[in-house]
Design a protein around this ligand. Structure first.
Ligand code: FAD
Length: 458
């Protein structure tokens, strides 16, 4: 018998329940990846993610070849392509990881229908993309289908018994026949940011091991240190599924300590947003909680939006973070919070504009984490303090105390020490004249007044 394993956001061999189940039930398995036309049409194939994806597919194919198999890559409408492979191989089952976006949910439904009419069964596996499946825990006695508040979610989530992670299979027998497109090469993708990290499961596992040895123990005290760059940087691997969130939680828990606890909490944030999106797929573009916001848009704030995107707002920490994003396709969480607050609250621009820009560049860019973190910061999401505004100067003094992060990303300011590096507008005379750096786009108090006024706050 033959089974197809359809890889999507789970490009790994370790701890892969769909592959594990397929190998247990069938003699031969077709590991399949389809470049879905619908994803391209939705504009989701940004170069930085395409480059990382190329690494992931190459590595997945190599891992399968080491085990006697290979990866089958196709392009087209995903449902048609899967059906074609099922017909070509006579497969009786297709295994797929459950996923949360509207697109993924529709894909699953359409696959189920199309396969049923071909006499083939779709088997969907939970807790592959997340550690705990969306809907596995819900607020007790409330009739609600998801948690809207993180802390009670974290409490329930922490009590779920996770499966013991599966090892990678020893051998994978792939039937002769199904043709594959060539494995993509990162070097063929154009428009990729210079500093995009390397993808693939092997690289992900290498990073995970290094992180557990060197970073995890001090994570709690260092996670907000912008210049220290002391977070795991595992987010692209979690996005593409080259690492299993279940395995990461297990490994962190077994390491123990305050660092590991803080890290597991962040992994829980990822699951939290996934369960919100699973229950409310429209929040990818619509407000989770609608407020009467009359955001500025591309039509009314074009110059401000451009300055923000290019990292020349005149606020050094905002500019440093935006330039890191453009250069690496990644930004530190503190930077993401601050630049989002600056765009939506200080410049009063629609969060969707910022979210779209992030998705154009972030290697880890994903609908659940990106859109819901943007909504959190815009106060339209699940934040219980929707009117908080982050001050870039206060944040800079707290999280980039001596200015090293700003100097790294804003070379115009590299000769300045703290505090001038965070407030170059305070310099006068020749010192100011020597700087080729913009004046602040607006006064912070002006931005704050506009926001408070718009929200009807005292
Ligand atoms: P670590 O600090 O090492 O954390 C470990 C893991 O926990 C991360 O890899 C991530 O999977 C998860 N995590 C940490 N913080 C969060 C969070 N706030 N929400 C959800 N998961 C979290 N993360 C994405 O993966 N994709 C995005 O598109 C994305 N967009 C964001 C947009 C905004 C405006 C903000 C404020 C945050 C966004 N985040 C996003 C969350 C967070 O900033 C990144 O996950 C984190 O910076 C990645 O770096 P790391 O792997 O070193 O994180």
């Amino acid at each position: 018998s033959v089974a197809v394993v359809l890889f999507t956001s789970d490009l790994r061999l370790h701890d892969h329940p769909p592959l594990h189940a397929a190998l247990a039930s069938a003699d031969e398995v077709v590991p399949l990846f389809v470049r879905d036309d619908a994803v391209a049409r939705a504009g989701f194939c940004a170069p930085n993610r395409e480059a990382f994806l190329a690494d992931c597919l190459r590595d997945l194919d190599a891992g399968l070849r080491d085990r006697g198999g290979r990866l089958v890559i196709r392009s087209g409408e995903i449902v048609d392509e899967v059906r074609r492979v099922v017909t070509e191989t006579g497969a009786g089952e297709v295994h797929l990881a459950a996923d949360v976006s509207g697109h993924a949910q529709r894909r699953e439904e359409r696959l189920r229908e199309a396969l049923a009419s071909a006499g083939c069964r779709l088997r969907v596996h939970d807790a592959v993309v997340t550690a705990v499946a969306p809907g596995a825990v819900v607020p007790s006695g409330s009739g609600k289908d998801h948690f809207a508040v993180f802390t009670p979610y974290f409490r329930s989530w922490s009590q779920v018994g996770l499966r013991t992670p599966f090892g990678a299979p020893r051998a994978v027998r792939v039937p002769d026949g199904p043709a594959s497109e060539p494995v993509p090469e990162r070097s063929r993708v154009s428009g990729v940011s210079q500093g995009v990290a390397e993808g693939g499961e092997r690289e992900g596992r290498r990073r995970m091991t290094a992180w557990r040895r060197q970073g995890l123990g001090r994570y709690e005290e260092r996670q907000d240190d912008l210049a220290g760059d002391a977070t795991s940087r595992l987010s692209p691997h979690l996005h593409f599924g080259t690492l299993s969130p279940t395995e990461l939680v297990h490994r962190a828990r077994s390491a123990g300590g305050a660092g590991a606890e803080a890290f597991v909490r962040q992994l829980c944030w990822r699951d939290f947003h996934h369960q919100v999106l699973a229950a409310r797929p429209a929040v990818s573009h619509a407000d989770y909680r609608t407020r009467d916001d009359r955001w500025r848009t591309e039509r009314t704030a074009a110059g401000d939006i451009e300055a923000w995107k290019e990292g020349r707002t005149g606020y050094p920490l905002v500019d440093a973070a935006m330039r890191q994003l453009r250069h690496e396709g990644w930004m530190h969480n503190r930077g993401r919070l601050l630049t989002a607050s600056f765009l939506v609250k200080t410049l009063y621009v629609d969060w969707r504009i910022g979210a779209r820009h992030f998705l154009e560049l972030l290697v880890d860019g994903d609908i659940a984490n990106n859109q819901l973190n943007w909504q959190w910061m815009a106060g339209t999401g699940t934040d219980s303090r929707p009117n908080r505004v982050l001050n870039p100067v206060v944040q800079a003094k707290r999280y980039d105390t001596d200015g090293a992060y700003v100097r790294r990303w804003v070379p115009e300011l590299e000769k300045l020490g703290a505090p001038a590096v965070h407030e170059p507008w305070r310099l006068t005379g020749r010192e100011r004249a020597a700087l080729d750096y913009p004046e602040p786009l607006l006064d912070l108090s002006e931005g704050l007044a506009r926001f408070r006024d718009a929200r009807g706050l005292e």
